[in-house]
Write a protein that binds this ligand. Structure first.
Ligand SMILES: [Zn+2]
Length: 95
């Protein structure tokens, strides 16, 4: 799994941007999803594995937003981790 430049979620096409610093004064941020701008930012100071896991997490946010599901942050965290593990464990699932 490589980190793509763009990911489609419904009718939106998110641009994936790599950033050296994403943290603000109070939060340590691995990534961020901007629905209106259709942009996902990933922080490059973490491992590639972490960046991929963060991308899946932000995509769960994007899917939640697109489909108006109303997931809590805790649910997004757990779904993101579960999906990332599933993708890693079954890389050829749809070949
Ligand atoms: Zn989140």
């Amino acid at each position: 799994m490589n980190i793509p430049d763009k990911v489609k979620v419904g009718y939106k096409e998110y641009e994936v941007q790599m950033e050296k610093h994403l943290d603000d004064e109070t939060n340590l941020l691995y990534g961020c999803c901007y629905y209106e701008e259709e942009t996902i930012k990933l922080c490059t100071k973490y491992t590639e594995n972490q960046q991929k896991c963060t991308l899946v997490h932000e995509l769960v946010h994007a899917i939640d937003n697109m489909n108006d599901i109303g997931l809590t942050e805790d649910q997004v965290v757990k779904l993101g981790k579960g999906l990332y593990q599933l993708i890693k464990d079954n890389p050829n699932m749809f070949d």
